[in-house]
Ligand binder design. Structure first.
Ligand code: FAD
Length: 526
């Protein structure tokens, strides 16, 4: 190390250490030194005055539309929600027995899971700092349970993992050994006085003490020789069974496996190890809204045209069941349709605004849920929830259910993929998608295929009324189009996950609704 360079700050040092040691070590070190990430807090805006005597037509009964209708209704506004589907929730859907889905140009799937089993094929996890989503689960008494988002006991399976290819490794083995080896390296660097210009003697002593605990190093020679947190070769038991320690994976093998690639996504913000899920399915949240909104939501109302004239907004819609055309007028309109859909609708927006609506792209995303007749991951492998991470093409992750523990059956998420993988798999029919998922999962779990019973899959970019998983903004579009869309057009305001920096999260939809109803109320009260 070049001693003539100016000292690094603690934070700079730790960020650089991350390049060597990986983000788990960094995060732990930062948390130990009190540099953790702040949590977000949220509640709907406290709005004064009243909306009595004013009508708002809300387009779409996804979480943004439902939130807006609920909050504006409390203020006295008359809200009419037009929803093309026959149910509330939009992307917030749960597939259970009898649930039907027909993708554009595809065959209709009818979910055949046993009673009590389901797949959240849209949103499936609530991070603990998404206080806006949790605000409504608390308010509406939607029971939550823990969603195991990171399980060190689940496997990592790499096809392109160098010396570690095609081995079922436990996450705990990899993390313990990487932490140990990196801690050893860093500790030896400190003891070799190579950080003298960057850390004070006191900081170095504290760092050495921390690394010895972090990496389970022997304090005499700073060597990592494994730790019991990575698991035993033979587990301890009663009587004369102290257990047999397991050998650590070699540092050079771990490096050559490039195992970091499967961890990068699951360590993005806000991927906490523990998350929440509503008991019985994510759609319990929109159902709770819908019960409270009652007849304010008009289902099967497919918006076709939006016009503004004479201080009113007029929306034409078609009954998607009968084909009958109708129209409704209001003082304001809050449009929560995904921009991928809004751009196909006849509006009198300015050309600049129409261009802004077209400026964002939507993510191709797919999921499949496989009902297994036996919970082999629990019974044979002692894995309770969490994700199997893999580099197998088109799979990305296999997730194990965080509920119905120890029952006979369970629904396994067989893949969750994006971009090109999602586009390629969506060309397959449902049976072919299931076969694709089974062929991959079978490589990891011997009982995968023999216990398989039935499947339900979705390719969100082929789903009418969504045409994509979530909005994906380029930097240029954020700069150019986003501010315009936030402004709305006269009496039409927009809301939805796409108008947030939390795209792809329910919190984005809810917080966007909170922000836009505040604007709407200001305009209506002016
Ligand atoms: C695969 C996947 C995984 C996800 N995972 C998570 C997660 O784990 N946690 C999380 O918090 N979030 C997650 N999300 C994101 C979350 O689902 C969305 O951000 C949120 O549900 C979007 O809500 P919204 O109201 O903005 O849009 P939507 O839910 O899309 O609502 C728009 C509504 O408009 C309706 N509509 C469309 N066209 C018309 C029309 N012409 N006329 C009338 N109505 C129309 C639609 O039917 C829909 O009800 C995930 C999303 C996907 C797709």
């Amino acid at each position: 190390m070049n001693r003539s360079k100016p000292s690094l700050t603690r934070r700079q040092f730790l960020y650089r250490a991350a390049a060597v040691g990986g983000s788990a070590l960094l995060l732990n070190t930062m948390n130990a030194w009190g540099m953790g990430i702040a949590s977000r807090a949220s509640a709907p805006p406290a709005l004064g005055g009243s909306g009595k005597g004013k009508k708002v037509v809300i387009l779409g009964a996804g979480l943004a539309g439902l939130t807006a209708a609920y909050e504006l209704g409390k203020l006295g506004y008359q809200c009419e929600v037009l929803e093309a589907r026959g149910f509330a929730g939009g992307r917030c859907q749960t597939a259970r027995k009898g649930f039907r889905l027909q993708e554009l140009g595809g065959e209709e799937q009818v979910c055949r899971y046993d009673e009590g089993h389901y797949l959240n094929h849209g949103p499936w996890r609530i991070p603990l700092d998404h206080q806006s989503t949790l605000y409504y689960t608390r308010l509406f008494n939607v029971p939550l349970e823990v969603m195991v988002n990171d399980n060190d006991h689940a496997y990592v399976y790499l096809e392109d993992g160098g010396p570690l290819s095609r081995r079922r490794l436990r996450g705990a083995e990899i993390k313990a050994d990487m932490r140990g080896h990196v801690a050893e390296l860093l500790a030896k660097t400190v003891r070799g006085r190579q950080l003298d210009t960057q850390l004070s003697a006191d900081d170095q002593a504290m760092l050495l003490d921390y690394l010895a605990h972090e990496g389970a190093l022997s304090t005499s020679d700073l060597k990592y020789r494994g730790r019991n947190g990575r698991g035993y070769a033979v587990n301890p038991g009663a009587g004369l069974k102290p257990g047999t320690p397991s050998d650590p994976l070699a540092f050079n093998e771990l490096l050559a496996s490039k195992v970091g690639k499967v961890y990068s996504a699951v360590q993005e913000f806000p991927m906490h190890a523990t998350m929440f899920q509503p008991v019985g399915g994510m759609d319990q949240i929109p159902r709770a809204f819908a019960r409270r909104l009652g007849k304010a939501v008009r289902y099967h109302a497919e918006v076709q045209r939006i016009r503004q004239a004479g201080g009113k907004v007029t929306v034409d819609y078609k009954d998607s069941a009968s084909g009958r055309l109708s129209s409704t007028s209001a003082d304001y309109c809050l449009c929560t349709l995904p921009l991928s859909v809004l751009r196909t609708i006849d509006t009198d927006f300015s050309n600049a605004f129409k261009d802004a609506v077209k400026a964002v792209s939507y993510a191709p995303v797919g999921k499949i849920g496989l009902q297994m007749g036996r919970r082999f991951w629990e019974e044979d492998d002692n894995i309770y929830g969490g994700h199997v991470l893999t580099d197998m093409k088109g799979i990305n992750v296999i997730s194990l259910p965080s509920g119905n523990w120890q029952q006979k059956k369970g629904v396994v998420l067989g893949y969750y993929h994006y971009a090109l993988d999602a586009i390629e798999a969506s060309a397959l029919n449902p049976a072919e998608r299931a076969e694709f998922a089974l062929a991959a999962g079978q490589k990891i779990f011997p009982a995968y295929r023999s216990t398989y019973e039935n499947a339900f899959s979705v390719a969100w970019h082929r789903v009418q009324y969504n045409l994509g998983g979530w909005a994906e903004w380029s930097e240029a579009a954020r700069e150019r189009a986003y501010p315009l869309l936030l402004e709305g057009q006269d009496r039409v305001l927009l809301a939805g996950e796409h108008l947030s920096y939390l795209t792809g999260w329910q919190a984005g939809a809810i917080e966007s609704a909170w922000q836009q109803i505040e604007q709407l109320h200001k305009r209506a009260s002016a």
